[in-house]
Design a protein around this ligand. Structure first.
Ligand code: ADP
Ligand code: MG
Length: 338
């Protein structure tokens, strides 16, 4: 059995006809870092709260470390599930020192063991020199590391983090993605992280679970998710893309789109009438003499690359949306260039 197993988890809130989470199945291996990714309201927090025991599912079972912590007949209370929780606002006690904050979660441990363990985890998160400070005397990133240290202190089976990076500004956010992953790896902890930000999800996780309307759309590594999205929603949610409608020809070997023909790989099994093609902007190149012609309608500077909006005119009557293409920053491109 997997380390964490969610089977058929379903949650209806009172008064709602649609489930917040619908028949969710997910297995997680020991030591894995998983993110739940999706737009606001898709059921990420509800899933996390059901695992933690703060919310009761209407249906389904939850196993953690081989133990059934929830089924429709019985539910283990949150404090007995072996879970470390990091809240979005960190929820540190302002009147307690960092040391006391971290020791707080250790309940019945002896005073000596509590101190020893608090020292260990503060060292793990790189804050050994801050034990006697108060939370307000720390930066946002440091406060988050304290919250993580507090969650890790009792050696939980799994750490749950809800939108851990959303209160941090851009530069710090990037650093914390790196730091949090390092700390979780060093502690050899299994973690489930909730985020609505694709970059967070890709940067920190072994596998990403994309959700929409309470339903899992795809579970995959960041690379696989980006390169082989299962549907249009996933393709658009995990990065920018061009979605083209295509029609398969009778021998089902080629897809015809408004910009031309795409030949399918031989091992392609699915045979459909109409399909959607997802072409990433970095998969297209602007050259003097390419396969397609078009007009550059807009150029914006993305920093590492230029974003070009190009209207292809092989079959202009079908071309509704311009294609998004990334060009290297050193390439000379002007609006209107053909
Ligand atoms: P996410 O974390 O992905 O933004 P949530 O899990 O918070 O989404 O919410 C999923 C759905 O459940 C939303 O439609 C939300 O309005 C609803 N919901 C969440 N919590 C409650 C609650 N306590 N009572 C009623 N509806 C809720
Ligand atoms: Mg949420």
């Amino acid at each position: 059995m997997s380390f964490i197993q969610l089977e058929n988890l379903t949650k209806y809130f009172n008064g709602s006809a649609d489930p917040a989470v619908a028949s969710l199945n997910l297995t997680i291996q020991k030591g894995e870092i998983i993110t739940l990714l999706g737009p606001s309201g898709c059921g990420k927090t509800t899933t996390l709260r059901m695992i933690a025991g703060f919310e009761h599912p209407n249906k389904g079972t939850i196993h953690i470390d081989g133990k059934e912590v929830y089924n429709e007949a019985q539910s283990l209370p949150p404090e007995k599930r072996g879970i470390g929780m990091v809240f979005q606002d960190y929820a540190l006690f302002p009147h307690m020192t960092i040391m006391k904050n971290v020791m707080f979660g250790l309940g019945k441990w002896s005073a000596r063991d509590k101190k020893q363990r608090a020292k260990e985890v503060l060292e793990l998160v790189g804050l050994e020199g801050y034990a006697n400070r108060y939370p307000t005397q720390l930066s946002g990133g440091q406060q988050q590391r304290v919250a993580l240290a507090r969650a890790l202190a009792p050696k939980p089976h799994v750490v749950l983090m809800d939108e851990p990076f959303s209160n941090l500004d851009a530069g710090l956010r990037e650093k914390m993605r790196f730091d949090v992953t390092n700390i979780l790896r060093k502690a050899n902890t299994t973690a489930i992280i909730v985020t609505h930000d694709q970059k967070d999800a890709f940067a920190v996780s072994d596998r990403v679970v994309v959700m929409k309307d309470g339903i899992i759309q795809q579970i995959a590594s960041p690379r696989e998710m980006y390169r082989c999205p299962k549907n249009c929603f996933v393709a658009q949610f995990v990065g920018k893309t061009n979605l083209l409608t295509g029609i398969m020809d009778d021998d089902k070997m080629n897809i015809h789109t408004h910009i031309g023909k795409v030949t399918l790989p031989e091992q392609w099994k699915e045979r459909l009438e109409t399909v959607k093609l997802s072409i990433r902007p970095e998969g297209c190149h602007l050259t003097e003499k390419g396969a397609y012609c078009g007009v550059v309608e807009r150029v914006t500077y993305g920093g590492e690359y230029q974003e070009l909006y190009v209207r292809l005119h092989n079959e202009p009557h079908l071309s509704k949306e311009p294609m998004l293409i990334y060009a290297p920053i050193e390439q000379d491109v002007e609006v209107g260039t053909i």
